[in-house]
Design a binder for this molecule. Structure first.
Ligand code: ADP
Ligand code: ASP
Ligand code: MG
Length: 595
């Protein structure tokens, strides 16, 4: 019999009427011939209220007790949901994490799922019950209650769908599907018919809170198609699976993280291992670091800038202060009045001029770009917070995201799961035996066909990045990694990017002439660079990949010139002559995690 997992978010179970209406949906799915597992979040803003209450009692509540408290929200809603199903004349059993057998590690407030035992759920389903699972929670080895991080019920739902090999995983929420950007920020946002896992993963991590990012890691790893749809209607929503909506569009969506903070550490000794020491300390304190940009060292010293969520700035500041002293940097600055705007699209990996278009739109809106980072499928910029919404609107409009792409793929039914019964049993056994959220690496690569260009002493004003990339794109140069650093002291920034080595001379000539007309301080370039990449699933939540890369390269005396990170890949640029040695080191370091 087909099995469907239906998840209902907080707004969808905010009061008794909504609980009854969700119960009716589940009953209908059962009457249509499915076994039904519901995953339910805490009612309305209950989790926020509990966090607020905790703060009134203790400014820094112990994480274990926080989870004890927060898990109560979901316990209330599953019980009420089961009662609602009963009142409508059907059978249901509610289960909390311990009863569901969702075992996690012990990182309270951000626990990771290790295993799930589906036997009890299966028995209850076979007896004709609708099983109602508490989202967001788990138990650790010592039976402590844990939670998976805000928005984590999505992850419970997708993990259950994987382990039960469900035919459908429906995320019922308060919007009709996944939009090109948050429709509450930009009313012109458009609902997409479908989106590819990698794209959704980036968007979710860059601010599209409609899905918990780790749920998408699960979905990609175990091939679970997800249907995001409205809990208040029956219209078709958005399918998250292995195909993008459009094969030709370079960008599928835009996202904003409004509350970011930038930290710049200045005057780092330019020797291998320095960035490793800094990021290792930050990781040890579980600080989420993004947009790492390192200037090419000048006078034996380098600056490094990165962003952290504003909510983590306080703890980050303490760590940075310690690191600065230990490493021997000259100082550090921070700014908590910044926002991150990103565009995402699988199509940008092989199209030219995408970055240029984004920078031009921002320049036309007179928005200054403070930092830039890119990866294969995303471009992020840091802007002043007061300009964040205008920046989001400008990039959304320049890529025409409000219009349906002419080649947009639609869908009628969910992709079929084609595995044989034997395969299914093996998958379930593997899932139960393994650490479900463990890091899974797919590739370690070396690219030796690129060159680097660096502009230093770039005036920090709107339009410069746009002018530079306009000129570069006009010459048909394909730009890959881009980083623009922040240098608040002198009102200058520096801009580095990589290009195909074959276009080195053309590009250098363009930059030399630009440097003159814009009075830039210096153009430095390197014909021979090597790009080392590690890719897989879980790269960002397992920060130890980036750290491990820095560590092993430093230990072998290899200096990292540029870094870029995404959900599915970490790239570093090193000197050309160190490429194959770097590759060998990385292979040795990560061989056990390769699959
Ligand atoms: P739930 O409680 O159902 O889990 P969430 O509040 O976590 O719901 O997620 C739904 C919200 O996500 C929407 O109300 C919307 O404001 C926000 N959102 C952010 N980005 C997007 C996007 N790209 N598409 C759709 N919704 C988005
Ligand atoms: N109730 C939790 C939260 O508000 C989990 C969830 O809703 O997904 O974060
Ligand atoms: Mg949510």
């Amino acid at each position: 019999m087909p099995l469907v997992v239906q998840k209902f978010g907080g707004t969808s179970v905010a009061d008794s009427e909504k609980i009854l209406s969700a119960a009716r949906k589940a009953i209908r799915a059962q009457q249509e011939g499915n076994q039904v597992v519901m995953v339910v979040s805490a009612m309305g803003h209950n989790t926020d209220q509990l966090i607020d209450l905790a703060g009134q009692v203790n400014e820094t509540p112990p994480a274990r007790e926080m989870d004890m408290l927060l898990s109560t929200g979901e316990q209330v809603s599953v019980a009420l949901m089961a009662m609602a199903v009963h009142s409508l004349g059907h059978r249901a059993v509610s289960l909390n994490a311990a009863q569901l057998g969702i075992q996690t590690d012990s990182s309270f407030t951000k626990a990771r799922i290790r295993t799930i035992s589906p036997e009890r759920i299966r028995k209850l389903l076979e007896a004709g019950n609708i099983v109602i699972a508490a989202g967001f929670q788990g138990i650790d080895e010592d039976l402590n209650i844990t939670t998976l991080g805000r928005g984590g019920s999505d992850t419970t739902a997708v993990a259950l769908a994987a382990v039960l090999h469900a035919d459908a995983c429906e995320i019922h929420t308060d919007v009709d599907g996944v939009y090109t950007t948050d429709p509450r920020q930009l009313p012109e946002a458009r609902q997409m018919s479908r989106i590819e896992y990698g794209e959704m993963l980036e968007l979710a991590s860059l601010g599209a809170s409609v899905m918990h990012n780790r749920s998408i890691e699960f979905a990609k790893k175990y091939g679970v198609p997800i249907h995001v749809r409205s809990s208040f209607s029956d219209t078709r929503g958005t399918l998250i699976a292995s195909q993008s909506e459009s094969e030709t569009a370079s960008v599928c969506g835009a996202a904003m993280t409004r509350d970011e903070a930038r930290i710049t550490v200045q005057g780092l000794p330019d020797r291998p291992g320095v960035s490793h020491e800094l990021f290792k300390l930050l990781a040890e304190h579980k600080i989420t670091v993004d947009m790492i940009v390192q200037n090419i060292g000048q006078e034996e010293r380098a600056d490094i800038s990165f962003t952290v969520p504003k909510s983590e700035l306080q703890s980050a500041k303490q760590v940075v202060q310690t690191a600065v002293t230990e490493i021997g940097a000259t100082g550090w600055t921070h700014d908590d009045d910044v926002s991150k705007i990103s565009v995402v699209g699988a199509g940008m990996a092989d199209q030219t001029g995408v970055a240029q278009k984004m920078f031009r739109a921002l320049a036309d809106a007179e928005i200054n770009i403070q930092m830039i980072t890119t990866s294969e499928i995303k471009i992020s910029v840091l802007v002043e917070k007061s300009q964040a919404l205008a920046a989001l609107r400008a990039v959304h409009s320049t890529f025409g995201l409000q219009n349906t792409p002419t080649d947009a793929a639609t869908w009628d039914r969910l992709p079929e799961r084609t595995a044989s019964e034997a395969d299914l049993q093996k998958l379930v056994a593997d899932l139960q035996a393994a650490d479900m959220e463990q890091l899974s690496l797919s590739d370690i690569d070396l690219a030796e066909d690129q060159a680097r260009m660096t502009l230093s002493g770039v005036p920090d004003r709107p339009g410069l990045a746009a002018d530079v990339f306009d000129a570069v794109a006009a010459a048909g140069v394909f730009v890959d990694m881009i980083v623009q650093s922040y240098d608040g002291f002198q009102g200058e920034t520096s801009l580095s990017f990589t290009i195909p080595r074959t276009q080195y001379d053309d590009c250098k000539a363009i930059l030399d002439s630009l440097a003159q007309s814009y009075s830039l301080r210096k153009v430095s370039a390197s014909r021979e660079i090597a790009k080392l990449s590690v890719s897989g699933i879980g790269m960002r939540s397992h920060t130890n990949v980036a750290i491990g890369m820095f560590e092993v390269l430093a230990a072998n005396g290899i200096n990292v010139e540029m870094i870029n990170t995404s959900e599915l890949r970490v790239n570093v640029v090193v000197e050309g002559s160190s490429g194959s040695r770097g590759l060998a080191c990385l292979k040795q370091q990560f061989s056990s995690q390769l699959n």
